[in-house]
Design a protein around this ligand. Structure first.
Ligand code: GDG
Length: 469
């Protein structure tokens, strides 16, 4: 008989697999993105359930087993996809939490859809969790689930992890639903953030915006109105370091890496960028720096090639269509000005690739360019480091969570194009000894702090939370 309750339940906007149509029939395919990459290796071997949306609007498919997990699709109507997902989550919260790189849009209709979907997730989790079970809620799409779930099931241990930044209170307070977001989160026993600053921003928002209410904040603990304590702390996420390192060493990946370099004419220097096509990732700033370098002759287009993988993302939103056309125009202009027959300096790939191909690109690249304007962590930076132990160089934006940990990278401020150019040059020209020294130190860091370490830290913080009085 199939199991009907679980000791560990994950609630995330998306399931780790997407419902897609292939050859006229519906099949499940692994979904892209940082959360899935991280949680997949955490959940393997644990007997748990995962609830999330299938990626297709309409009726939810039945629950099913995959990779040792019980997957429970949550239904979203087409209107909810528009208002809860594309609207409130990705046009209000996402830009607001990423330092208003594009202006957030607020609509009252979106908020009620967000409330309704959060309630559905809370009810589904309440129905699947065994007595005294642990429920681990993920990310900005589900900020009301902790409180709703606590009301339904006060016996549960509830944790929430924020994969994206939590903004300074001066920005956060723009959100019309700010009180509801804070109160929703306070239903948790433990809130995990990527950086200490994010946890502090959250605590400061509680102190400043819920001041007249029945809560109090002492150090990293908020005393909620029902008397329970909610702790907030930094638990930076990581990757399956050993998995990536082993994959990078396989002969298939090594051969493919050599082949990629050969296909590009065996350039002296190969630079690489891999991002979801999102305005937060700083792809435009990166291309601007490279365009100037090709123009000025600091980079020779026959010697230095650049691969940009831009995985399609949120394509129905205006801001994403806009960044896509800007990036594509710039790539077109650079190649138009500097290509020689059959050998453009920039190879632009707007699609997804299997993990093996990603690993081959990491291995092939001499310099990895990770230049977000704001990023919760950035797993790509850590994956590049995992794929190299003594070669390669990482240019990394100061505005990523990863910059707190990968201190031997070539740090840059992507807004400062002149210095970013100099930083790229330094990374390209660094001696093999300097590269090896920096990469070894970073490799050790991601080896010690891998995704299992992150999950254990999160779950032990959650387990240590005092029971409700
Ligand atoms: C959010 C936060 C935080 C990408 N394209 C392909 C592919 N990927 C994989 C990468 C990496 C993951 O997706 C992307 O993770 P990031 O961290 O770079 O970025 P977000 O998607 O924005 O993730 C971020 C993360 O959550 C985790 O907390 O770090 O700050 O924004 O693993 O390798 N994988 C494959 N093919 C692709 O084409 N196989």
């Amino acid at each position: 008989m199939p199991q009907d309750t679980f000791d560990l339940v994950i609630a995330a906007n998306r399931l780790p697999v997407d419902r897609v149509r292939e050859g006229g029939r519906s099949v499940w395919r692994r979904s892209p993105g940082g959360l899935v990459t991280a949680m997949e290796s955490v959940m393997s071997g644990r007997d748990g359930a995962w609830i999330g949306w299938s990626g297709v609007p309409g009726k939810a498919p039945a629950a099913f087993e995959q990779g040792g997990m019980s997957l429970h699709p949550v239904a979203l109507s087409a209107e909810e996809v528009r208002d809860y997902y594309e609207g409130f989550s990705n046009a209000s919260l996402w830009p607001l939490y990423h330092d208003v790189i594009v202006p957030p849009t607020f609509r009252r209709r979106w908020q009620s859809a967000y409330d309704g979907v959060n309630r559905r997730f809370a009810e589904t989790a309440a129905g699947l969790a065994a007595k005294n079970a642990t429920v681990w809620v993920h990310d900005y799409q589900l900020q009301q689930v902790p409180q709703l779930l606590r009301e339904l099931r006060p016996d549960l241990r509830i944790g929430w992890f924020n994969h994206i930044p939590f903004p300074p209170v001066e920005l956060f307070m723009q959100l019309p639903a700010r009180d509801a977001m804070l109160r929703g989160l306070l239903g948790a026993d433990f809130l995990g953030f990527q950086r200490r600053t994010d946890a502090q921003n959250f605590l400061r928002a509680c102190r400043q915006l819920l001041v007249d209410d029945d809560i109090s904040v002492k150090a990293d603990v908020v005393h909620a109105p029902d008397g329970h304590e909610c702790r907030a702390a930094a638990v930076p996420i990581s990757i399956d370091t050993a998995g990536m390192a082993e994959l990078a060493e396989t002969s298939g990946v090594q051969e493919r890496a050599a082949e990629i370099r050969k296909q590009l004419g065996n350039p002296e220097h190969l630079l690489l960028g891999i991002d979801r096509l999102d305005y937060t990732k700083g792809i435009r700033h990166r291309l601007k720096a490279l365009e100037e370098m090709y123009r000025e002759g600091t980079l020779d287009p026959t010697e230095t090639k650049f691969i940009q993988v831009a995985t399609p993302s949120r394509e129905r939103l205006d801001a994403y269509q806009h960044i896509k056309s800007e990036v594509e125009q710039t790539v077109g202009r650079i190649n138009g000005e500097h290509a020689i027959f059959g050998a453009p300096p920039v190879t632009y790939l707007h699609r997804s690739f299997p993990r093996e191909e990603m690993a081959a690109m990491f291995v092939a690249a001499d310099v990895m360019l990770v230049t977000p304007l704001r990023d919760g962590m950035n797993l790509v930076a850590k994956e590049y480091v995992a794929a190299h132990d003594h070669s390669g160089a990482l240019v990394l934006s100061e505005f990523t969570g990863a910059a707190n940990e990968l201190k031997q990278s070539y740090l840059c401020n992507p807004h400062d194009i002149a210095r970013t150019k100099r930083t790229i040059t330094r990374a390209i020209e660094a001696s093999p000894e300097e590269r090896a020294r920096r990469m070894r130190a970073m490799h050790r860091q991601v080896q010690r702090h891998d995704v299992q370490h992150w999950a254990e830290r999160f779950l032990s913080n959650l387990a240590a939370a005092p029971r409700q009085p």
